[in-house]
Design a protein around this ligand. Structure first.
Ligand code: NAI
Length: 678
């Protein structure tokens, strides 16, 4: 079977299939009165409740959806059918959770409490139904979706790469208040439950089975039958082993103290109160969000009034906005050709393959492609965790020294080293062989699009797709338009970026685009502080204390001092005086992590740090100020469309402290401090 046929088959598997039992089912009388839910009863008396939210492709729990669900639960409670199966009518997945839009409209604490009350009561009513209930989950199952599933007596996951369970509330600065904190630790044990709730990490269908989150994990073709049989046989619900029961009882405080220590290492309480609230709600109040008094830091009232929740919900909204910039209707690729199998090209190719695309990977010799293929195999192994899927993925990654893939590709991405004449020649040749509707993209960090495209017959075709290193981890891709670029191409570029599940940020062609431009002065400033005698450790600690994921000195060592210096020259001009210590290290060939020494000595991939001096607020401000100033200037120059998109790009591209809502939001709020009560 050809690789494209395999892809085709996978795609068709993702469509809902008619099921024999439900084909025989008939609508429950009066079921037409619901806008978002459909009720069918099969010959065995099982009610199939299909969630198919009206007017949207994704199921979310908004107020009207919940009201209908409560009415249905009450009705079924009175009718007492043989059993109830809840499933999704959407191709996109099961349930994405609460309608976050409603959270953005919260004006008073009471509004937030009303939302929590609605879900808490509804799922308690579902859990109390006196007959077997089952959630049949295929595709994503997030937040309230998981909480609905937890309130059912049984859960079955469909073994599909798209099936994932997560409680991501912590990422919004809130907590799973619809029963998640109450039920998940009882079902999977506190360790696995806290891991999910405190990090927001998702688990796939097989892992969900392993930890006991679902009772079964079945292939798509038998899913409806598996649900039916479970309801009819009604086995004893999954009971956690003794150790988990102890951890949920007498050992609770030990488990909570360990988890708290881990959280403290990652997220200071003053910036991120939600993980601490989750722990306390579980430990002291058994997950009942209405048990703590309103001033208690474990309460919804406290969390929702904390500026972090507002800012994290803002970041979620910005992420959604970036997603909406790439529309599948504008462009869809099947084949990608990547030129240059180095650090970037190799990983870009691997990420495209992971998203189901077929990729030809070109370099000057096959020995240069081999390391990229090896790296890709490791990545597939880690991400796909299934031999067959890894094999299929490897089949889709095709080494191509002759560049034959150019003629068949829908997207061609150049990621060869930063050399203008070579890139110009390469694009001229590539254009001659490429399909007329293929995207021609460069991953350049520092060259101008207009220069790279100078030898093209149609320079308006060239776009920049600027990925960040490491590509598999970093979500942002800057979609660059040059002065000559026809706006249709960046639109298609953004659609492609979404297709590979990254976040597109449209930027204008200008040195450093947005992200590197803002990082440049921030890093140079840090190097100058170092030259003034401030310890590297102290600078890094100050930045981390502010909320950066990594200090600027460690960041420079990680990226490589040669790359940092080259980017600095492009941004500041060759005439700028280079920082002294940086120059010394470059001369000595000490380029950071990759050579084992830079500003720090590196052992086993870790910087060997000495003690830091005391960090003052003044120092923090001195470190952050150039970042804020440059971000503001980039917006004023129109490098990005507006301040919100700049905030989004800088959070997802550089990890700028998310609890601030982004650098420009932070600067604005610093000028006008947030009022805590809303
Ligand atoms: P690299 O040096 O790791 O890889 C470049 C690869 O291109 C090498 O394998 C080389 O053999 C190959 N190559 C050179 N000329 C070629 C040709 N004519 N045809 C086919 N292959 C050829 O470089 P890296 O770091 O992956 O950078 C590539 C591009 O990505 C550059 O434009 C760089 O500015 C950009 N970039 C780099 C980032 C990084 O952190 N390394 C981040 C974002 C963009």
């Amino acid at each position: 079977m050809s690789t494209s046929a395999i892809v085709q088959e996978r795609r068709s598997e993702a469509q809902p299939r008619p099921d024999s039992s439900v084909a025989a089912a008939s609508p429950v009388a009066g079921s037409g009165s619901y806008r978002h839910w459909r009720l069918d009863k099969d010959a065995e008396g099982i009610v199939w409740l299909t969630f198919d939210k009206a007017g949207t492709s994704t199921n979310t729990f908004s107020k009207d959806v919940m009201e209908e669900l409560v009415a249905i639960i009450n009705r079924l409670g009175a009718e007492k059918p043989k059993g109830l199966v809840i499933r999704s009518g959407k191709e996109s997945g099961f349930i994405a959770g609460a309608d976050v839009e409603e959270f953005t409209q919260i004006e008073h604490v009471e509004d937030a409490l009303a939302i929590v009350r609605r879900g808490w009561d509804a799922f308690n009513a579902l859990a109390a139904l006196p007959f077997p209930t089952l959630a049949l989950v295929r595709g994503f199952c997030m937040g309230g979706g998981v909480e609905l599933a937890l309130a059912c007596r049984y859960r079955i996951a469909v073994d599909d790469p798209a099936t994932r369970f997560a409680l991501p509330e912590v990422m919004l600065g809130i907590l799973p208040g619809w029963g998640g904190v109450h039920r998940l630790p009882r079902i999977v044990g506190p360790s696995a439950a806290l891991d999910m709730m405190l990090t927001g990490r998702s688990v796939d269908a097989r892992r969900a089975k392993k930890i006991g989150l679902v009772d079964d994990c079945v292939p798509p073709r038998v899913m409806e039958n598996a649900a039916r049989i479970t309801i009819l046989e009604s086995p004893r619900p999954h009971a956690p082993p003794l150790l988990q029961r102890l951890q949920n009882g007498p050992l609770k405080s030990v488990v909570a103290a360990l988890a708290r220590k881990q959280v403290e290492r990652r997220a200071p309480r003053e910036h991120y109160p939600a993980p601490y609230a989750i722990l306390e709600l579980w430990q002291k109040y058994d997950g009942d969000p209405f048990a703590p008094p309103p001033h208690d830091p474990a309460s919804i009232a406290y969390l929702i009034q904390h500026p972090t929740a507002k800012n994290l919900i803002r970041v979620f909204g910005l992420q959604e906005r970036m997603k909406s910039l790439g529309k599948a209707s504008d462009f869809q690729a099947k084949r990608v050709h990547v030129i240059g199998a180095g650090t970037m090209g190799g990983d870009i190719a691997a990420v495209c393959v992971l998203r189901g695309l077929t990729v030809t990977l070109q370099d000057t010799a096959s020995e240069r492609i081999a390391p990229a293929v090896k790296r890709a195999a490791d990545l597939f192994g880690r991400r796909l965790r299934d031999k067959l899927r890894v094999r299929d993925a490897m089949d889709r990654l095709i080494p191509d020294v002759n560049g034959d893939g150019v003629a068949h590709a829908d997207v061609i991405i150049e990621a060869i080293f930063e050399n203008l004449p070579v890139k110009q020649e390469l694009f001229a040749k590539t254009e001659a062989r490429a399909k007329p509707d293929a995207i021609l993209a460069t991953n350049t960090s520092s060259l101008k699009l207009a220069d790279i495209g100078a030898k093209l017959k149609d320079p308006s075709r060239l776009v920049g797709l600027h990925f960040f290193n490491p590509v598999p981890q970093l979500q942002l891709v800057e979609v660059v338009s040059g002065s000559a670029t026809n706006p249709e191409w960046p639109k298609k570029g953004a659609a492609f970026v979404r297709q590979i599940d990254k976040l597109p940020l449209p930027v204008k062609d200008s040195p450093g685009f947005l992200v590197n431009r803002v990082l440049g002065p921030y890093m140079v400033n840090a190097f100058r502080l170092l030259d003034e005698g401030v310890k590297a450790e102290t600078i890094d600690k100050a930045a981390e204390q502010f909320g950066m994921p990594m200090g600027p000195i460690t960041l420079a060592d990680t990226v490589g001092l040669d790359i940092v210096a080259a980017a600095g020259k492009t941004l500041a001009g060759a005439a700028a005086v280079p920082p002294k210590r940086l120059e010394e290290l470059l001369k000595a060939g000490k380029l950071g992590k990759k050579t084992g020494e830079g500003f720090y000595r590196w052992e086993k991939g870790k910087p060997m740090k000495g003690p830091a001096d005391a960090v003052t607020d003044d120092l923090i401000q001195r470190i952050i100020e150039p970042y804020l100033a440059e971000a503001k200037e980039a917006v004023e120059e129109g490098i990005v469309a507006d301040a919100d998109l700049a905030d989004a790009g800088l959070i997802f591209g550089t990890g700028f402290a998310p609890f601030t809502g982004g650098p420009l939001n932070y600067a604005k709020e610093k000028a006008q401090p947030l009022s805590v009560s809303r």
